[in-house]
Design a binder for this molecule. Structure first.
Ligand code: ADP
Length: 298
């Protein structure tokens, strides 16, 4: 549905934020996972036609089946695009209903009756109907993000881009928000950029791991997890010995369990006495790819 090929971008300060990104993004939820500074926002902003790439292409399959050149045909893309930026600001003194109505006018919904129907429908969809008269300044983080999704859905987009939407949400708000995205993903392509592994595990059928402007892995989370089966080991170690494990092995993660570090190590064979095999999860995959990439790049 969205095809990205060899996208590159170097900022004026010399930072290469996109270093040959190629991705195939189907309908449904697509997780774009990477640490801070990986280039996620740069990619999202480029796809949202808010900044230019230096080279490469991005092609969106239009509603009529015809390809749209995302980098050049900006007006056409904008009509089929919904975007929730990382720093979505709202007017605190305006009610949810009034601001959504205002955005709807900007989106070209000029017929009053039709606009009312769309606005009311969206307020129901994102579960803000009861709070519609409330000023946005009184909204919780989760309510604000759901309002952000409502404005992104104006105009029936085929592609919805949400940049780090769960940062700062408490677990209940986060779940509610992700469930809302999953519902939307049944009809359109939703790109969810995040540094939180569970956001992807829980609901993205396809994903990519990115860092330093490159795609380190793309595909289905389950396939990526299966690819590291029997190669992740765990051991409880002492704090004093931690540094020595880190020099001898590929330590994927360290977690304190009852005050004692428990490490996950990536290795074809059992590293040494005391290590037990664990069923890997997406977090192991994520850290393995990041470690692998930094070793190769070093
Ligand atoms: P992410 O969203 O994954 O955190 P970004 O796309 O925001 O990553 O940033 C990628 C890299 O590009 C970082 O090193 C960041 O500092 C740099 N960067 C982002 N925006 C700009 C900009 N406008 N000018 C210069 N450097 C930038």
């Amino acid at each position: 549905m969205l095809t990205i090929r060899d996208l590159t971008k170097t900022y004026a300060n010399g930072v290469r934020a996109l270093d040959g990104i190629s991705l195939d993004i189907p309908r449904g939820m697509f997780g774009l996972l990477g640490p801070n500074g990986a280039g996620k926002s740069s990619l999202m902003r480029t796809l949202a036609t808010l900044q230019e790439a230096d080279a490469g292409s991005a092609t969106l399959e239009g509603a009529d089946g015809r390809p749209i050149d995302v980098l050049r045909d900006k007006d056409t893309v904008r009509r089929q695009l919904g975007y929730l930026p990382q720093d979505f600001g709202v007017y605190p003194k305006v009610s949810a209903e009034d601001l959504l109505e205002h955005f709807a006018v900007l989106k070209g919904l000029t017929q009053r009756k039709q606009r009312r129907e769309v606005v009311d429908g969206l307020l129901h969809q994102v579960n803000l109907w009861a709070a519609r008269k409330q000023k946005l300044g009184t909204f919780s983080g989760g309510m604000r993000q759901r309002f952000g999704i409502a404005q992104a859905l104006l105009g029936d987009p085929r592609l919805v881009i949400v940049d780090e939407p769960t940062a700062g949400l408490d677990p209940e708000e986060r779940n509610r928000f992700l469930n809302l995205l999953a519902e939307i993903g049944e009809n359109v392509a939703v790109i969810l950029s995040t540094h939180i592994v569970e956001d992807v595990t829980d609901l993205c059928p396809t994903m990519a791991i990115v860092n330093k402007g490159k795609v380190l892995l793309t595909g289905e989370p389950n396939a990526a997890i299966a690819a590291v089966a029997n190669q992740v080991w765990r051991k409880q170690v002492t704090k004093a010995s931690l540094a020595s494990y880190e020099t001898r092995y590929i330590v994927l993660s360290t977690r304190l369990v009852a005050g004692q570090p428990v490490i996950h190590v990536f290795s074809q064979d059992r590293p040494e006495e005391g290590f037990e095999p664990v069923a890997p999860d997406l977090e192991d995959v994520y850290f393995e790819r990041l470690r692998h990439h930094s070793r190769v790049a070093a």
